[in-house]
Ligand binder design. Structure first.
Ligand SMILES: [Zn+2]
Length: 83
């Protein structure tokens, strides 16, 4: 997905969400509960979709000696153990 279409998608989704949130917040405690529930659902969905866009950096492995997360190929950054 390109940057522009992604921003467009956020705008298309964001405006109704803001309007909906406003109405829910004016409803009183039931609306507040629904707004919080929807907020959590949206955050959960965003984190699921966000996993696709995780940048692919250099490969990283767990050091077999100390278990630290370190760059693959070479020695552990923490304990110097060869990987
Ligand atoms: Zn190590």
């Amino acid at each position: 997905m390109t940057r522009e279409s992604e921003l467009m998608l956020y705008a298309l989704l964001g405006i109704p969400v803001v309007v909906l949130a406003f109405f829910l917040l004016t409803m009183g405690p039931i609306g507040w509960f629904l707004a919080a529930f929807l907020g959590i659902a949206v955050l959960g969905a965003a984190s699921v979709f966000g996993e696709d866009e995780e940048p692919t950096g250099p490969e990283r492995v767990n050091c077999p000696q100390c278990g630290s997360r370190t760059a693959a190929g070479g020695a552990c950054d923490y304990c110097g153990e060869a990987l």
